[in-house]
Design a protein around this ligand. Structure first.
Ligand code: CA
Length: 233
């Protein structure tokens, strides 16, 4: 079962980036650009987790959280608050108001994704898959281990995250830029060819002595985890 996440944030480029990356992880995403509208959404159909910006038109993130905590259906809702740099002094107030976690802008997408996963795991463990399986490959998110046909595959941390990212959305083709955003984070400048180097290392580790390669290179587009892998392809 997939988790539904509501993002209440008025910076459209950030909302789009988060939507893209959360959907790539298999979450269902709903967004709102205003505090008062977000409040209505939370009343109408409470999500499994909400990401709420501090400064919002209509109703502030703080007031929004205060209100949702007074309603029984959202009293326990996991909430991550986004704050801008300089509001750190008010972070404590944010947490006291009832957010479960907060993250300071600008943040890296992989970090927010990790916080979301950690929070969901804590409150709704059944909604987060700990082990991704495709054919004879198993990736254990908790233990940070990958095995193929029962044998451990030694991978570096970047190769692990790259495989995790690709396995989350079998069949979906990611450009090098999308992989950089999703695996390395958008605030880090890395040459796109670095992606090729790490895909090469990942393949070497996974495919040692084997013919079947689960990773597809899509010419002119990027890379994908073969969604037919282990299904006779
Ligand atoms: Ca804002």
């Amino acid at each position: 079962m997939t988790a539904r996440i509501l993002i209440i944030e008025d910076e459209e480029p950030l909302t789009l980036l988060l939507r893209y990356n959360l959907e790539a992880e298999g979450y269902e995403v709903d967004t709102s650009a205003r505090g008062d509208e977000g409040d209505l959404r939370l009343k109408e159909s409470p999500p499994d987790l909400a990401v709420i910006d501090w400064m919002l038109p209509g109703l502030s993130g703080i007031e929004l959280i205060r209100r949702l905590r007074t309603r029984p259906e959202t009293r326990q809702l996991p909430v991550i608050m986004l704050t801008a740099r300089g509001e750190e002094g008010e972070r404590v107030r944010g947490l006291a108001t009832g957010a479960d976690d907060y993250i300071v802008k600008p943040f890296s997408v992989p970090e927010l994704l990790a916080r979301i996963r950690a929070l969901l795991r804590r409150v709704k463990p059944e909604r987060v898959a700990e082990v991704l399986v495709a054919g004879d490959i198993e990736l254990d998110r908790e233990k940070k281990r990958v095995s193929r046909s029962g044998r451990e595959v030694p991978l570096g941390p970047t190769e692990f995250r790259l495989l995790e990212f690709l396995m989350q959305s079998p069949g979906r083709v990611f450009s090098r830029e999308q992989l950089l955003n999703g695996v390395w984070g958008r605030d880090i400048y890395i040459d796109e060819r670095t992606v090729d180097v790490h895909v090469g290392r990942l393949r070497k580790g996974l495919n040692r002595g084997r013919a079947s390669d689960p990773i597809r290179t899509v010419r002119g587009a990027g890379y994908a985890f073969n969604d037919r892998f282990g299904k006779g392809a």
